[in-house]
Each structure stands twice: as structure tokens, then as C-alpha cells.
Design a protein around this ligand. Sequence first.
Ligand SMILES: [Fe+2]
Length: 240
Amino acid sequence: MTVSFQKAVEAAFKVFSRRNAATVTNDSLGELRINLNKVTKSDLRLDPLVLEDRIPTEQEAPVTYIRILEHKLMTIAVFVLKQGKRLPLHDHPGMFGLLKVVHGSVAIKTYTPLDPNQYPVPASLSERLANRYGRNIPVYPSRYEGNKVFSETDECCVISPNSKNIHEIHSESGTAAFLDILSPPYNHKSAEDYRPCSYYKEIDVDSQDSNIRYLVKITDPPDYWCNEAKYCGPELPVPS
Ligand SMILES: [Fe+2]
């Protein structure tokens, strides 16, 4: 039912418009989650050609981006990951995110950023990186939360500013698509409220706790870029 998507968007505006760090909780996201969990690809009227199950050629974009809503409170979009392709490891600084698979399935590898004061980076690792790159490289300790498969029959995956905020998303088996709601949106433009998307890679380390992992920022991965497809779904209830 198309109405689930519209209800999800209404609920998203309700919860994120009164947002400050204290008021958005798992409970307050309940209505949004319930409606988002019902959204299907037919609600979004996704073009079957965009979902075609084949490996893209080297000249073709590995990911198709379908822009649905860009608003000062949130962005809503669909990402279509072509067969065997991925969204590289990236973060969502200070943001909430809800990701609902609507076609195929994806594997989501997730990390929670940790406080470096409580989880200091091993000196041997900092030295190794400084020797390799000729300068000090910032290292981000993180807790590895696992690599979980989500399909169109699963509930949405939720991230928050302090939990599971860094992830990498792979298509599983064939082409996959997911609806993504992010609030507040990324902001690469103004210095005020700057919220860029950064990419990371995990550094191999012998750690006593195998779930404590160390990430470093990298430049934009050259194997990741998007083309765009038009959104053909229902009009959304955007408050004035
Ligand atoms: Fe993401």
C-alpha cells in the first residue's frame, strides 16, 4: 500500500522536526519504523529496468541513486546496488538513519565509533602508520557490530549518532535496493553545521578484543560512483 510510505514520511517529519539529541529515542522512532517496515518496491514504483539483475560493465555506475526528498530536516532516497557492488565503508556524523531493503538483499557490516580516551589507539599502530605515510594518521577506534544480511522481508536497520554509525553495504547475490532516510542530512556546503560523509578502511591489528577495530579515513573510493534515476512514486506529505 502506497499509504505506508506516506505514513512513514509523516512520522519521520513528526519525530525529526522536534529533534534534539535528547528526544529522539528508539521509542520515538516506533511509528516511523512500523510504517517503514511495510514499504515495498511497488509502493515506490521502482522501474524494473533499474532493478535488472546483471553485473554492470566497467563503464556503468555500480550504484543508482534515486532522489526522493531533500529537505533541511532529512533526505530520503533509494540506492540500487548492482549485482556484486557496494557502498564503501562510510559514516553519518551526528545523524540518525533508517534503511529498509525493498528489493533483493544486502549485507551490512557495521561499526560503532568509540571514545579514544576510553579505547586508546595502540602506540605500535600509530607508529606503524606514521612510518608508512610519513605523518601522523588519525585512527578511529570502533566496535565491530557484525555483518548482517537484510532482505525485503526484514525490518529496517537503524543507526544513530552514537550507535552503529559507520557501515559498508554489499549487494547479496543479485541487484538490491534500499530506501534510506537520513536526519539531519549530510551538509558538505556550509561551514556552519558541517556534516560531511567520510570514507574509511579498517587496519589489520592483532587486538586482544577481536571486536575492537581501528579505522582510518580514506579519500573517495574510485570504484564507487552513482548514476541517477528519476523517482516515479507517490507525492509526499511535506509540511510547509
Ligand atoms: Fe549509510
